[in-house]
Design a protein around this ligand. Structure first.
Ligand SMILES: *[C@@H]1O[C@H](CO)[C@@H](O)[C@H](O)[C@H]1NC(C)=O
Ligand SMILES: *[C@@H]1O[C@H](CO)[C@@H](O)[C@H](O)[C@H]1NC(C)=O
Ligand SMILES: *[C@@H]1O[C@H](CO)[C@@H](O)[C@H](O)[C@H]1NC(C)=O
Ligand SMILES: *[C@@H]1O[C@H](CO)[C@@H](O)[C@H](O)[C@H]1NC(C)=O
Ligand SMILES: *[C@@H]1O[C@H](CO)[C@@H](O)[C@H](O)[C@H]1NC(C)=O
Ligand SMILES: *[C@@H]1O[C@H](CO)[C@@H](O)[C@H](O)[C@H]1NC(C)=O
Ligand SMILES: *[C@@H]1O[C@H](CO)[C@@H](O)[C@H](O)[C@H]1NC(C)=O
Ligand SMILES: *[C@@H]1O[C@H](CO)[C@@H](O)[C@H](O)[C@H]1NC(C)=O
Ligand SMILES: [Zn+2]
Length: 910
């Protein structure tokens, strides 16, 4: 599954209040074996959208019990007609004495007159009905209008992940409770019915005219959240045959309007599936895949086995769309198909290990994209981006571990955070780099094979990789991968490794601690840190397997360096930043690294390490571990740097500090930044020719960055280039002539420079389109305004919307505005005034971002209790508020303790 809209830096969920209350789990007395599901769907116009049917569940008794408990939510169960009988040839009937519903736990318990026998099988049959809901979960309705006929078409589709199958039929709705399914769908003949497997036969409905019952082929053992079906009147394109082992056939369905933009996705999917099949060496077990592009979708996409659903706007690749968006859509697709193995074939034991399906699917999604679309260079950029995100996020107090205990439906849903996706992906990459290609793939393949059709916890992955490592070199090491990796997945944050060289004895001394911005409290956490040295002479950045380890716990360690490390040359740890830790060296070693960076040999240091060195040294200076003079000495090499990744990283780090500054300090900072980005800007061609010059994604990324940051810091030439697209009556059309990848930046610059006509015309376009990526870019551009009077009607408009996406746009606009600070105070006031509405409409994630921005980063002068007073409308958000206050304290520490040094060091360069 892929979360929707990751256009903005996403949330910092506070450590959730964990409930260790097992009452949310199903009792383990029963094990479902098979479901027979029969559902009639009615799509008779807007006021009569409903379904009815029954489920027959065959289950086995593992422990004696007098009750059957399963999940059901918002379903009308026909209790009088529930039956329970022994199966298949048993006798006797069992009466239900009492029924108990618990809506909080979403459980339905049938107490029986007699006891169920161990090892016996029974069949439970429950008739039920419900309206199709409009919330994009469970079995829901959606609609689209056909531009040719101007007719509104209703359709019904499912979204069961993570805990919504129970809204569609009573079931044992936990991922490890796999069972086989036979699904029969009833609907009016004018519609098409789809499910995970193809239709095997159809018969006319016994009473309803023009209705049919179509039975689908049996589905192999699966978790309930992967079951899917749909009844719709979408348009399909001709079937494509993939080159997989059993030539899986692909059909894609979409509203007619999306047809012309869907070619990429239609053709990309079969290639992705067959690439992954070869990579994993495990044949995709189903005969067909339907891809369903739905007008509405709770997430971006969902990996249902054999019936993958997408939000329509995440499936279509529009002509007028940034390269970044196209890539991100292709990445979502690759992610969903990687799930066919990670999640579908091998299920989770429980949602605490959600990262075990989202992490690999994200990582293998990157690898797939890199293999199939190498010109995009997505892998390196994606990894660099994720490293950037987590080195930042995880240095605050309020971050979370990748794997966390979860119980109730809400905390399960909240578990779908960037930690399980992107940090999970970084964890897979870490294993890949540390084990090496060969061992990693042997381990991954044996893991899939061993656990196919079963379910796993993270120890099962460690075990498979351990065996593969032991096989390769039985004597080599006694490293226990389970111990090593648990230290990375069960703890929040990441370590700082301190490395002191003894140049005369050619040894190093190492120790570790958790890296936190404002190291206010000692945390006794530690990690198993892989030690892989690169030295200046050998430049062996490709050799990422650990030479040794810093254990956990350990009070420090001395290591002898090889003779290749001369005292006159630097050493470096963590080649390719294969693991998430920072390193602080002694000053002499830092100076030698800086010397190489400031030479023609700067690119002999791996690009990801260059980015990391900049980030590390700046953050270490933030923390008093090093001096800002040293950090800015490293920045001197930047004019040589021709790659976007190190630039992007360093600008991100500096902007995060700059946003905290005020007055004279801010003024000096802006002068410094203008100087810093000028050599970057000089590399960027004119906007009118930029598209002719490059179609390469890495260069587009470089030029976008150059324009964005240079216009932001008032590089005169940047503003005047952006401005050239301004003096025209047909403002909007005119701005459409800017190459699409740069349009958002040009719009932002013009709006920031006071172009009200452009603001108004974008506002108007915004209201007249459903194109999410476009709206997202516009929301950010409108936030560049310097005039609160201008921006307010837009914020009001978003606030009044009922579409949840509107609140994402709101967050983007506000983020953009707060980063620029022109109207920060008014915006903060505006948000405080609307606390009540925000409380009722926005998600906790959205609220967290807002609070972090207005309280954490703006360092509001209000005392805590005044703030709480102002924010009393936000009554469900105590944890979010506390996290924002903590962040403010951390940032205040930097302002009082370090900002002066920071400004003093950079003043030399202004
Ligand atoms: C919905 O449609 C069914 C079948 O067409 C009909 O029997 C039922 O009365 C309708 N319900 C409403 C509320 O219109
Ligand atoms: C439902 O479950 C919750 C959580 O375990 C419990 O607090 C509550 O009392 C239960 N409600 C009923 C009606 O049993
Ligand atoms: C299509 O339907 C909408 C609303 O139902 C109506 O306003 C519009 O005029 C119709 N357009 C055409 C071309 O029939
Ligand atoms: C089904 O299709 C037929 C022929 O295209 C049409 O006349 C009829 O109105 C449709 N029925 C429904 C319920 O949409
Ligand atoms: C489905 O679409 C077809 C062709 O576009 C049309 O003939 C049919 O009436 C539609 N059915 C419904 C239920 O709208
Ligand atoms: C690590 O070593 C450095 C340098 O000797 C020392 O300042 C620091 O306190 C040590 N940290 C820990 C957590 O032991
Ligand atoms: C390191 O690996 C990359 C990618 O596989 C390759 O292009 C490069 O030549 C290698 N460098 C060295 C020094 O082996
Ligand atoms: C971080 O958390 C620790 C322990 O949970 C707490 O003592 C400390 O005050 C927090 N620091 C900040 C800056 O909020
Ligand atoms: Zn996913």
């Amino acid at each position: 599954m892929q979360q929707l809209v990751r256009y903005f830096v996403s949330l910092l969920l506070p450590a959730l209040v964990l409930s260790h209350d097992n009452s949310y789990r199903l009792p383990n007395a029963l094990k479902p074996l098979h479901y027979d599901l029969r559902i009639l769907t009615r799509l008779n116009g807007a006021h009569n959208l409903s379904f009815e049917g029954y489920v027959k569940i065959d289950f086995k008794v593992l422990h004696r019990t007098r009750a059957i408990t399963l999940h059901a939510k918002e379903l009308t169960l026909d209790e009088a007609h529930i039956t329970l009988s022994p199966s298949p040839n048993g006798s006797g009937s069992y009466s239900i004495s009492r029924i108990e519903r618990n809506n909080t736990r979403e459980l339905y318990t049938m107490h029986l007159a007699g006891e169920l026998q161990i090892d016996e099988q029974y069949t439970l049959s429950i008739p039920f009905s419900a309206p199709l809901n409009a919330n994009n979960v469970g079995y829901y309705s959606s609609s689209f209008s056909d531009a040719r006929t101007n007719q509104t078409h209703y359709l019904a589709a499912t979204q069961f992940s993570p805990t919504f199958a129970r809204l569609a039929f009573p079931c044992f709705d936990e991922p490890h409770l796999r069972a086989t399914f036979r699904i029969t769908l009833g609907y009016h003949k004018n519609y098409t019915g789809l499910s995970n497997t193809p239709v095997s036969k159809c018969v006319d409905h016994e009473t309803l005219e023009h209705y049919v019952w179509c039975e689908h082929e049996p589905l192999l053992s699966t978790s309930t959240y992967l079951v899917a079906y749909a009844v719709h009147n979408l348009t399909s394109v001709p079937v494509l045959q993939s080159e997989t082992h059993n030539n899986v056939s692909f059909r894609s369905w979409m509203p007619p309007n999306a047809l012309k933009d869907s070619s990429f996705s239609v053709h990309f999917a079969p290639k992705v599936l067959s690439y992954l099949e070869k990579l994993f060496q495990f044949a995709f077990p189903l005969g067909k895949v339907d891809q369903l592009a739905l007008p509405t979708h709770k997430f971006s996409a969902m990996e249902n086995w054999g019936l993958v659903t997408f939000k329509e706007t995440r499936f279509a690749h529009y002509a007028e769309e940034t390269t970044q968006n196209k890539e991100s859509k292709a990445r979502t697709m690759a992610h969903e198909y990687a799930h066919q193995w990670f999640g579908n074939l091998v299920a989770l034991n429980w949602w605490n290990d959600l990262w075990l399906k989202e992490g690999p699917s994200t990582y293998f999604g990157y690898l797939t994209l890199d293999a199939l679309m190498p010109e995009w260079g997505s892998l390196q950029r994606g990894i660099a981006n994720d490293l950037d995100t987590f080195f930042y996020k995880d240095m605050f107090n309020d971050t979370i571990a990748i794997s966390q205990d979860v119980q109730d439906a809400n905390s399960i849903l909240n578990q779908f955070s960037s930690h399980v996706y992107e940090k999970g992906s970084l964890t897979m990459r870490m294993l890949h780099k540390l084990l090496g290609d060969e061992v990693f793939y042997i381990g991954i393949r044996s893991y899939l094979k061993r656990h196919a059709y079963g379910s796993v916890k993270q120890a099962d992955l460690w075990q498979a990789l351990q065996e593969a490592a032991d096989l390769k070199s039985p004597s080599a090491s006694d490293i226990r991968w389970a111990t090593v990796m648990d230290s990375w997945t069960l703890q929040k944050g990441y370590p700082l490794l301190t490395v002191l060289r003894n140049y005369s004895s050619n040894t190093v001394w190492l120790n570790q601690t958790r890296f936190k911005l404002a190291a206010d409290s000692v945390e006794h956490s530690c990690w198993w840190i892989p030690l892989t040295f690169v030295n200046q002479r050998q430049l062996n950045f490709n050799e990422t397997q650990p030479q040794s380890w810093l254990e956990c716990p350990s009070s420090g360690k001395t290591l002898r360096l090889t003779n290749d490390s001369s005292p006159k040359e630097w050493i470096m740890l963590n080649p390719q930043v294969n693991s998430l830790f920072r390193v602080n060296y002694d000053e002499r070693n830092w100076r030698m690294i800086i010397k190489t960076l400031n030479s023609d040999q700067y690119d002999s240091i791996h690009i990801l390490n260059r980015a990391q060195l900049l980030d590390d040294l700046l953050m270490l200076s933030s923390n008093r571990e090093q001096s800002y003079d040293l950090a800015f000495a490293m920045l001197e090499y930047l004019p040589r740097e021709s790659e976007p990744l190190p630039w992007n990283r360093v600008l991100g780090v500096l902007n995060n500090r700059g946003v905290l500054l005020r007055g004279e300090q801010e003024r000096i900072f802006r002068i410094f930044m203008r100087k810093l980005v000028t050599p970057l800007f000089v590399r960027a061609p004119q906007l009118s020719s930029v598209e002719l010059i490059t179609k390469s994604s890495p260069l587009i990324a470089l030029y976008r960055l150059a324009y964005r940051e240079s216009c932001r810091y008032d590089v005169a030439e940047c503003i005047s280039r952006a401005d050239r697209f301004r003096h025209d009556d047909e403002l909007y059309l005119r701005s459409m002539q800017v190459p699409v990848d740069y349009r958002g930046i040009v719009d932002c610059t013009n709006i920031e420079q006071g172009n009200n006509k452009l603001f108004q015309s974008i506002f108007e376009q915004f209201q007249n389109t459903n194109d999410d990526p476009k709206k997202s870019a516009w929301a950010t551009a409108l936030g560049c305004s310097r005039d609160f009077g201008q921006l307010k009607p837009f914020l009001d408009y978003l606030m009044q919307a009922t579409d949840k996406l509107a609140y994402d746009y709101y967050v983007q606009t506000v983020t953009s505005a707060l980063e620029r600070k022109h109207i920060a105070t008014q915006i903060a006031d505006y948000i405080l005034q609307h606390a009540k509405a925000i409380n009722s409409k926005f998600s906790l994630k959205q609220i967290q971002i807002l609070l972090n921005k207005i309280i954490g980063d703006l360092i509001t002068e209000l005392e805590d209790n005044q703030l709480r007073q102002q924010l009393r409308g936000l009554d469900k958000c105590e944890a979010q508020l506390q996290a924002a206050l903590d962040r403010r304290d951390t940032n205040r520490y930097w302002l009082t303790e370090r900002a002066e040094h920071f400004i003093k060091a950079l003043t030399k360069y202004t």
